[in-house]
Design a protein around this ligand. Structure first.
Ligand SMILES: *Cc1c(COP(=O)(O)O)cnc(C)c1O
Length: 328
């Protein structure tokens, strides 16, 4: 077996670090969803995690693992999404300092949320500046540690704790469905499933518009694509990571895709039937289960709802567009 970036022991260690800090989020079930799929579905509700997504797990684990001197010097991350807020909150809790590099035109709500958690926001011009270069320059000038959103062993181990909790709560599973962007969540989940529910099939779910993960799994190497156009903004990644890909290639059964329309239909289901807000990226795994093409009949299926951060106006607009589609 090849050397993977992390083992299940790293996930166990992350669980101990997160104990009493991260929420042990609920596992919800729905008779309606079960009837729709002819299966028993267990929804791991990371939309109820601190800051609204599982990203808090990896971010906290990574900042907690820094040596005291580096932690005191601070951290830099580039993201306008959930990773930024997760790093900002983790740094506040661990008495570090977070510098978040964001585009000038990032949604105001995201900028406000990052500042609310104590993060220092540094803007860049997305048409004229390279955010990675800016992040590296800030790191060098100010002695900050760069923490990437997925391709990092401590991030992967932290993200794996959500699936570990799900299996501990629901019992052994036949299938586990996991949203896929850069693969931090999927790689950690696959390691947790192998250790705690051997024989469980683990499927990654990505947007139809950006199926680089599926292409990579088929090709046996990391395939790069242009930034995909999809409402699943947490999965607009262009490629898997050098740490996440080998784990996915070795342990993940398959990668499937869903359309934006399927994401909106799943979000509407969660709001209407289960009274919960799930963001588009957070609905990837559920949309695949509802799609009915995975052969889930009679199975025990874990579904990770990875996050719930969405502007209410955007949420309403998406649901209205799906109403229009249903009516028309
Ligand atoms: C980041 C994110 C993902 C994708 O996670 P990766 O580790 O990049 O694969 C899925 N859902 C939500 C809500 C996210 O924020």
């Amino acid at each position: 077996m090849s050397e993977l970036a992390i083992s299940f022991e790293d996930i166990r260690a992350a669980q101990r670090r997160l104990d009493g800090v991260a929420h042990r989020t609920p596992v919800l079930t729905s008779r309606t969803a079960d009837a729709m799929c002819g299966a028993q579905l267990y929804f791991k509700c990371e939309n109820f995690q601190r800051m609204g997504a599982f990203k808090f797990r990896g971010a906290y684990n990574a900042v907690a693992r820094l040596e005291p001197a580096r932690r005191a010097a601070g951290v830099v991350a580039f993201s306008s999404g959930n990773h930024a807020q997760a790093i900002a909150l983790a740094c506040r809790l661990l008495e570090s300092h977070a510098v978040i590099v964001m585009p000038q035109d990032a949604p105001r709500s995201k900028v406000a949320a990052t500042r609310h958690y104590g993060g220092e926001v540094v803007f860049y011009d997305r048409y004229r500046e390279d955010r990675e270069a800016l992040g590296r320059r800030l790191a060098a000038e100010r002695g900050l540690t760069l923490i990437p959103p997925y391709d990092h062993p401590d991030i992967m181990a932290g993200q794996g704790t959500a699936a570990a909790e799900l299996i501990e709560a629901a019992g052994p599973l036949d299938t586990l469905l996991v949203p896929l962007g850069g693969g931090g969540l999927l790689s950690g989940s696959a390691l947790a499933a192998r250790a705690l529910s051997p024989g469980c099939a683990v499927l990654g779910v990505e947007p139809e518009a950006g199926d680089d993960g599926r292409q990579s799994l088929r090709a046996g190497h990391i395939v790069h694509i242009a930034t995909p156009s999809t409402i699943a903004d947490g999965a607009q990644t262009q490629h898997l990571g050098k740490h996440t890909f080998p784990v996915i290639a070795e342990l993940v059964t398959d990668i499937v895709t869903v359309s934006d329309a399927q994401l909106v239909a799943a979000m509407a289901f969660f709001a209407e039937r289960m009274k919960i807000v799930v963001e588009p990226t957070g609905a990837l795994a559920a949309a695949a289960a509802f799609g009915g093409r995975l052969g889930l009949t009679g199975k025990r299926v874990g579904v990770i709802l990875s996050g719930g951060n969405i502007d209410l106006t955007q949420f309403a607009a998406l649901l209205a567009s799906s109403d229009a589609a249903r009516a028309g």
